[in-house]
Design a protein around this ligand. Structure first.
Ligand code: FES
Ligand SMILES: [Fe+2]
Length: 395
């Protein structure tokens, strides 16, 4: 749950290919020095959230959606921390992203996702119509000389696709996507062997969480809460009983499911087939990744869960979970992912409950900051990475 750069910031070690391998030495370093959490205001302040919008959500790359949820000729409406954008796939399959605003008088073009595959976008106000690549193609009741269509394409936004993940950047001059991934997505890069681009979304859930997005990330980064908050989960992942997120015997960062199980489910098993092409160890392992700033990816032998955060404000985050399986698995007669989905949703609801409790707590005027223990060192890595990114990445 931390990338090489965060380790090098934090543990005074050379970057290592697998971040979790450096945990124990780092933990020892921390014993003598209490480490403060972020300050209370960093979870509650609108001014801090505005800076995060500029530096992180609008200044870098933001996971918008999974590519397979966008059919040819269609578009989706994505909220990037208060900025509404359209991600469209034109009829030849090319992805585009645009500001969700009409070039005529500024009406919002689309309020919701659509199932239509008509291949164009019509503004509901005066019916100006745009191709999915953003070109203005029709202006009813106006003659050609009355409006210069070529000069009035939708405002374009940078878009990048990586293994089925679609990212957007609102920056005027975005950092190259590959550079961003190297800096912020090392954990996901380490899982390219799973061929994530060939998996498909079968189930999507959505939660409105009354907590700051960083509270949700920090909760994901530690397991001291697991024995108390997730009694079902620690049955499936024995490592978590000790309040740690990494198995010291697994330098690859994975944890082994109880009894060699293949899934996050009540029993650790499901009847679903394994993901295509994975090895024996991966079949019985769980890997958790962060994609800074707004996503987690959870991988087990039979499924992948992509959790994307859409920050709405300092105390409100929309969290969308997408459950991915192999296309053949989804297409098979009797496909039923419920045992996997239900279990993950149970764990997520438990997490969101404590995150909202934290949000209420850190809103106290008495909360200057909390303290982080050695077993919180992935939280510390996140905080370091957050601070470094806020200081360095300029909009
Ligand atoms: S504001 Fe969109 S057509 Fe007029
Ligand atoms: Fe949790």
């Amino acid at each position: 749950m931390c990338d090489t750069e965060r380790l090098s910031n934090n543990a005074s070690t050379a970057p290592v290919p697998d971040g979790r391998a450096a945990v124990s030495s780092h933990a020892e370093d921390l014993m003598a020095t209490p480490v403060p959490t972020l300050a209370g205001t960093e979870y509650t302040s609108h001014e801090v959230f505005e800076r995060e919008r500029r530096h992180l959500f609008h200044g870098g790359w933001f996971l918008a959606l999974r590519a397979d949820t966008l059919a040819r000729g269609n578009r989706r409406v994505i909220d990037v921390a208060g900025e509404s954008i359209l991600v469209a796939r034109d009829l030849d399959g090319t992805l585009h992203a645009h500001a969700n605003v009409c070039r005529h008088r500024g009406a919002r073009l689309c309020e919701h996702d659509s199932d239509s595959t008509q291949g164009s976008l019509m503004c509901p106000y005066h019916a100006w119509t745009y191709a999915l690549d953003g070109r203005l193609i029709a202006t009813p009741h106006l003659d050609a000389e009355e409006v210069d269509k070529e000069a009035l394409s939708l405002w374009s936004i940078a878009v990048a696709e990586w293994h089925g993940f679609v990212f957007v950047s609102l920056a005027a001059d975005p950092v190259p996507f590959d550079e961003w991934m190297q800096r912020h997505g090392q954990e996901l890069l380490a899982l390219e062997r799973y061929d994530l681009g060939n998996l498909r979304v079968a189930v999507t859930t959505r939660a409105e969480v009354r907590a700051n997005w960083k509270v949700i990330v920090e909760n994901y980064q530690e397991c001291l809460h697991c024995p108390r908050v997730h009694p079902e989960l620690v049955e499936v992942v024995p490592t978590y009983r000790g309040g740690i997120v990494q198995d010291p015997a697994r330098p690859d960062g994975g944890v082994t499911l109880r009894g060699g199980g293949n899934s996050f489910s009540r029993t650790g098993w499901s009847s679903l087939p394994l993901l295509p092409g994975i090895g024996d160890e991966d079949a019985s392992s769980y890997y958790g990744c962060t994609m800074f700033p707004n996503a987690f990816v959870d991988v087990t032998g039979t499924s992948v869960v992509v959790t994307t955060m859409y920050p709405q404000g300092p105390d409100h985050t929309t969290v969308v979970a997408e459950y991915l399986f192999a296309p053949d698995t989804i297409a098979a007669d009797g496909f039923d992912p419920s045992e996997v989905v239900d279990f993950s949703e149970l764990v997520a609801a438990q997490d969101f409950g404590v995150c909202e409790r934290v949000q209420r707590g850190v809103s106290s005027t008495r909360f200057t900051h909390g303290v982080l223990t050695p077993k919180d060192d992935w939280v510390i890595s996140f905080v370091d990475h957050y601070r470094a990114t806020m200081a360095r990445d300029r909009p």
